[in-house]
Design a protein around this ligand. Structure first.
Ligand SMILES: Nc1ncnc2c1ncn2[C@@H]1O[C@H](COP(=O)(O)OP(=O)(O)OP(=O)(O)O)[C@@H](O)[C@H]1O
Length: 442
């Protein structure tokens, strides 16, 4: 088009000739290509997959079965791709309309079979098209495990939980990776006044990376708000945050945790009342209410019986008000717990944490119990720390890899990663220390 316009002053004929020449040049490689079909070993793989599916996708009373022993796989696999090792990397499987694709067990049987026949040791994504009677199977590449903590390009109120596949999220984040820059699709969780999932629950096996995720959230939260940490694990993994600007307290003992959470409950009520006054008076919300307050609890279950032994309330019981009214008061609660203590989670925590993350190995029952829906992917053959799944409200289940955000005081932390975390820590100013002494312990 640009070419035609540019050539108009030289006469339409010249323009036509030039366009034809350009088209010929452009199309020089487009000679009809040899139709590319699968080679012999690929054909064999497809045929054996087809044969394995026959018992699942046929009934004796079907007069014209799509699947029959010795039948034609080309009718059932309209799309197929292979990777460099000759294994299937993408496959579309057509199946008869009577197959019970709405039933979880029927789907699971097919998914298990396809996974076993296409090669274990990889992660698969299954997309069932119930209307079209077809299933798309895609092999997923591993998620990147080498993304270090850094300032993510997000807006206030957005927290990056980790990174996922490009297929399910529209957006990518520019990340610095050593000298390079690369774009990676994030799982972004929105908190605050307009959030539909104002609180988060993280569950995992020991060592799966739940503390690291909370540390990553804390570093992001400190950019715009204040945080209060209750660390029931008692291993001091949040010590790097103690006394930093915006860190109201890092509580490791039951007494301190109860006192701080009592303060947080009053603070939530104070914010609510002030917000109501402002709204009724038609005035903008005061700045101290706009500033987000985060309550991060790592393994609160461990503190429950210590508090009880001391005659104090379970710290979780103090979360009721922040959980219930946090959205209107700009107070966000994050709770991390291990699977074996998940039964210590209070009803309020279960009910109000609509953003969910599972890290580390988990059975499909455990995943469904926490996420409320099964993932459409098979488990990773080897789960690196920080790998898991995230679900925001009733949205899709995303694969998740949390950015490496290690404890900078841990001797095992590499210098590069330590430096990355240290750079994100706010300064320690005298003001923070005074605030820390005065505020949380009411
Ligand atoms: N996202 C991640 N990327 C890289 N390494 C990670 C990640 N998450 C955790 N790790 C590493 O895995 C180990 C355990 O992490 P973390 O302490 O966060 O786990 P945890 O679930 O809190 O377990 P625990 O309760 O036993 O401390 C640490 O050495 C940590 O550096």
């Amino acid at each position: 088009m640009v070419l035609v316009v540019a050539l108009v002053p030289y006469g339409p004929l010249l323009a036509v000739i030039s366009v034809m020449a350009a088209a010929a040049w452009h199309g020089r490689d487009r000679a009809p290509a040899e139709p590319e079909g699968p080679d012999e070993s690929q054909t064999q793989r497809l045929q054996s997959l087809y044969e394995a599916l026959v018992p699942y996708f046929s009934t004796p009373d079907d007069p014209a079965p799509l699947y029959a022993h010795g039948g034609d796989w080309e009718k059932t696999f309209p799309v197929y791709e292979f990777d460099g090792t000759g294994r299937v990397s993408h496959l579309v499987v057509r199946y008869p309309a009577y197959f019970t694709d709405g039933e979880a067990d029927s789907r699971a049987r097919i998914e298990q079979l396809l996974r076993a026949k296409s090669g274990r040791g990889r992660e698969y994504h299954f997309a069932w098209d119930e209307e079209g009677n077809q299933l798309a199977v895609t092999v997923l590449p591993p998620l990147p495990t080498d993304i270090a903590a850094q300032r993510f390009v997000t807006s206030p109120g957005e927290t990056v939980l980790g990174f996922t596949d490009p297929t399910q999220v529209q957006r990518t984040l520019p990340l610095s990776h050593g000298e390079e820059q690369r774009d990676v699709p994030p799982v972004v969780w929105r908190t605050g006044f307009r959030s539909t999932e104002p609180h988060l629950l993280v569950v995992g096996e020991p060592g799966s990376g739940t503390t690291t995720l909370l540390r990553s959230i804390a570093l992001q939260a400190l950019q715009y708000g204040d945080i209060l940490i209750v660390d029931g694990s008692g291993t001091g993994e949040y010590a790097c945050l103690t006394g930093r600007d915006g860190v109201l307290a890092v509580e490791c003992a039951a007494a301190g945790a109860v006192a701080s959470l009592e303060w947080a409950r009053h603070e939530t009520e104070r914010r609510l009342i002030a917000a109501n006054h402002a709204r009724q008076a038609g005035q903008p919300l005061p700045d101290d209410i706009r500033r987000p307050l985060w309550l991060l609890l790592d393994r609160p279950g461990a503190l429950a019986h210590l508090a009880a032994a001391d005659g104090r309330p379970d710290p979780q019981s103090l979360l009721q008000v922040p959980l219930r009214h946090g959205r209107a008061a700009n107070v966000t609660v994050v709770v991390a717990e291990q699977f074996d203590s998940a039964d210590t989670l209070s009803e309020a925590v279960r009910q109000h944490t609509r953003a969910r993350v599972v890290l580390g190995p988990a059975s499909s029952t455990q995943l469904e119990a926490v996420l409320g829906a099964p993932p459409h992917t098979t488990p990773a053959p080897a789960m690196p720390p920080g790998r898991g799944y995230a679900r925001l409200g009733t949205g899709p289940v995303h694969r998740l890899q949390v950015p490496a955000t290690p404890d900078p005081h841990d001797d095992a932390t590499s210098d590069v990663q330590r430096q990355a975390v240290l750079e994100l820590l706010p300064p320690r100013s005298a003001q923070a220390l005074v605030k820390q002494e005065q505020e949380p312990v009411a």
